[in-house]
Design a protein around this ligand. Structure first.
Ligand code: NDP
Length: 445
């Protein structure tokens, strides 16, 4: 195959899906060589079967708001690939959600899940419903309406959803509750559940903590550590806050956090008191612009992302896709950034990635660095099926081990002749090989 030709054909057949095209392009370019070394893949046209999702469900979700008005949103579930295990991937509730974004996320998820070495296929779902500003009861009614459409398509051995942007423990609880009622069963469908009904300890922390463990492994390849480093983080949701917590535990300083309104920076690092306040503020839906009201020494920049605002050694984008563009990447490099480890999915644009790789800094794509979240979801599924609960220490230990294994795999497949570790290539090739070989063994489906 020629990556450029496959991509141009897929772009023609699936137009107006820029995020999906972007994710395809990154993967196709990195696997082209290994794909062409295995002519049996081409004989079975494996590349198209891997790029095009197995199936897509899309549906209208109608629900009643608190004033009794009927509201309509779109709902989706993309079941991308189940060659190595049941479909698995989060659900995103955000006004920006559309089919292109979910297709890119489901495609990426397939490679990420393969990298974890656990038996999980790739999927993603969501809605253009935004929980922000809605009451708990509105969110509950929406979640129930969403699941009333989706429940037939999911199940513990079929498709296991989880959280993502806008979907945390509250939303998972409402969706799982309604699923359980409709399916009349109590099993491991959904991960990220509350602890009293099958959730796993460390699942809320896992994506952020896992990213820090991956970062530690990357830094170790250059005899460096987190201690004493300044770390810029974007976002202030689940991934960002637990990343920040662990960075501070490891002796690093967190110099920024943000939300979709803007960023708060602390050039010398947030104090524990400031961080605890932000953590609390975000737990009840507060906004970053409120932070300087409590701590006037902290500056808020409306409408700005953190990357040009503050010097850092390390950047950990943890909000959303395409939040570091080429200019941001240049600014980070100019300010001495030596490592980027992605908590969010596809937060760096192709131009930004090029800049990081040309500068030969440590750069880990989300599908490797943030895989700790889904890996711990895999551990939740394992606990559910055995009807047992592991301690926090046990789960954290397994998470560390998985992140270390993913790092080693990336090094094995991504080390270039000059010794530079191309983590993008390493993650894509390793993720691809496992799924491709399983697909070959299972015939044309
Ligand atoms: P949350 O909803 O908990 O937090 C998202 C954060 O990002 C919020 O601070 C939000 O700000 C900000 N944000 C969202 N959209 C935008 C936008 N368009 N522009 C600027 N800021 C934005 O989500 P998570 O922390 O769970 O997810 C963050 C990222 O991590 C996503 O890319 C997700 O796919 C990825 N991820 C999450 C995993 C998990 O386990 N949760 C696992 C692996 C990856 P605001 O509140 O203003 O919207």
């Amino acid at each position: 195959m020629k990556a450029a030709e496959v991509l141009s054909d897929l772009k023609r057949r699936f137009p107006n899906e820029p995020e999906y095209h972007q994710a395809l392009e990154e993967v196709l370019n990195s696997i082209e060589e290994v794909y062409n070394r295995n002519p049996q893949y081409e004989e079975y046209n494996l590349i198209e079967r891997l790029c095009i999702p197995d199936r897509i469900f899309s549906f209208r979700v109608s629900w009643l708001d608190d004033k009794g008005k009927v509201r309509n949103n779109m709902g989706y579930r993309i079941q991308h690939n189940n060659a190595i295990g049941p479909y698995k991937g989060g659900i995103r509730f955000h006004s920006s959600v559309n089919q292109s974004i979910l297709k890119f996320l489901a495609f990426e998820q397939t490679f990420k899940n393969s990298l974890t070495t656990l038996a999980m296929g790739g999927a993603k779902g969501g809605s253009d419903f935004s929980p922000r500003g809605k009451s708990d009861k509105e969110i509950m009614r929406f979640c129930q309406a969403f699941i009333s459409e989706l429940w037939r398509q999911i199940g513990p051995d079929t498709d296991v959803p989880a959280g993502d942007i806008g979907v945390g423990a509250r939303e998972v609880g409402f969706m799982y509750g309604y699923y359980k009622k409709m399916a009349q069963e109590f099993t491991g469908t959904f991960t990220g559940k509350g602890l009293s009904f099958g959730g796993s300890l460390i699942r809320p922390e896992a994506t952020g903590y896992g990213n820090c463990y991956f970062l530690e492994a990357m830094l170790a390849t250059r005899n460096m550590e987190v201690k004493g480093k300044k770390v810029a983080i974007s976002g202030s949701g689940n991934v960002a806050l637990y990343t920040a917590k662990k960075i501070m535990e490891l002796g690093g300083s967190v110099v920024s956090l943000s939300d979709s309104g803007g960023s708060v920076v602390a050039p010398e690092g947030f104090t524990q008191e400031q961080f605890d306040y932000i953590f609390e503020l975000k737990s009840y839906g507060g906004r970053m612009y409120e932070v300087p009201e409590q701590f006037p020494e902290l500056k808020y920049f409306s409408g700005e992302r953190p990357w040009k605002l503050v010097k850092c050694d390390i950047a950990m984008p943890s909000a959303t896709q395409n939040e570091i563009d080429e200019e941001d990447a240049e600014a980070l490099l100019r300010n001495g950034c030596i490592a980027v480890s992605e908590g969010a999915n596809m937060p760096t644009t192709p131009g930004g990635i090029r800049k990081f790789q040309e500068a030969k800094i440590l750069y880990a794509p989300g599908k490797a660095a943030n895989a700790g979240g889904v890996a711990t979801s895999g551990l939740e599924m394992a606990q559910n099926s055995q009807k047992i609960s592991w301690t926090a220490e046990e789960v954290d230990h397994k998470l560390r081990q998985i992140m270390s294994n993913i790092h080693e795999t990336c090094v094995e497949y991504g080390k270039e002749k000059d010794g530079y570790i191309n983590y993008v290539k390493g993650a894509n090739v390793a993720g691809f090989m496992k799924v491709a070989n399983a697909m070959m063994a299972q015939g044309v489906l």
